[in-house]
Structures are given as C-alpha cells and as structure tokens.
Write a protein that binds this ligand. Structure first.
Ligand code: FES
Length: 169
C-alpha cells in the first residue's frame, strides 16, 4: 500500500494579504527573490496582481519584477493543483522508462508538463533527480517520493490521492 500525502493547503490570494506577507522585506533592496518565495509559499503561486505592489516595494519597474519572476522557473504564475506531481527525467529514471511513464501520466491527467488537470487536483512538473535512482523511475508528490513507478501504480496512487483530497475538504 502506497503512503498517501495530505494536500498542502494554500491561502486564497488577495492583494491585501500578499502585501502583508512581504512587508518584512521592505527596505531590503536585494530581497525581491525572498519576497517571491514567500508569496509562493503562502499562496502556492505568484499572482500577476502582486507585481505592481512588488515593484513599488523594491523601487523597481514592473518589467524588472516580471523579468525576475519569469527567469526562475520555480515560480508558478497560476494557482497550482491540490497536489504537485514531479516526474523525474534524469538519467537513471530515463533508463528505466521515465519518458513513457511521463506520457502515460500526461494522458491520464489530461494535461502536459507545467499544467494542471481540469479537475484542479494535479499539477504536473518535471524534476531532475530525486535522489532515489536505485528505485527508478521515481515520482514525487508534494514532498513524498515514490519509486518504481509505473502507469498502473500511478493510477492507483492518483485515485488514493484524489480520495484523500475529497476526504480532507
Ligand atoms: S535519476 Fe531519477 S531519482 Fe535520480
């Protein structure tokens, strides 16, 4: 039986709470990255509506804030699914069929990499080595790693996660 993680709950975005969340970085000229991380940790993504507020806070242009946000691929620009599924694409996992696994997961969820399934449950991302090479191919759901993943096992896992998300609401 695979261990199922509980979904991470993020706050709903509002400009007011975003402004509050980053106040601690005010007057720290180099802290834009930290502020972006804080927003992502609080809301699960960096909302477009926060950009002018950040520009003002750090005395930057909106274009500069946009530039930093899009340069780092870690920052999500839209609300994530309840769970984030990361499929390892690095060498050991590739040798054990991660490309086919990724295709099967995409088909099952009906979304591509960097997208979220229509039911809002799963965001799909690529990752490059989860330190679990001995059990390739590996997948991570939020912070839980699962080895020897297959399309069939992923079906079982995603069904258990979906049930867990419903139970947790
Ligand atoms: S290559 Fe996939 S876990 Fe290391």
């Amino acid at each position: 039986m695979m261990q199922v993680v509980n979904p991470v709950r993020f706050q709903d975005f509002s400009l007011e709470s975003a402004t509050q969340a980053v106040q601690e970085f005010k007057d720290q000229p180099g802290a834009l990255l930290e502020a972006l991380h804080k927003l992502q940790a609080t809301f699960g993504y960096v909302d477009e509506a926060a950009m002018p507020m950040l520009a003002k806070l750090f005395n930057l242009s909106r274009a500069e804030v946009h530039g930093v946000t899009s340069f780092y691929h870690d920052f999500r620009r839209s609300k994530p699914g309840v769970y984030t599924v990361r499929v390892c694409q690095a060498e050991a996992c590739q040798a054990m069929g991660s490309a086919a696994l990724t295709d099967a997961i995409k088909a099952q969820l009906g979304c591509g990499l960097h997208e979220t399934s229509a039911d809002g449950l799963f965001s799909l991302e690529a990752v490059y080595c989860l330190g679990n090479c001995a059990c390739s191919p590996s997948v991570m759901v939020d912070k839980q790693t699962y080895g020897r993943m297959s399309p069939e096992r992923f079906k079982t896992l995603s069904a258990a996660l979906a049930a867990n998300a419903k139970g947790g609401n």
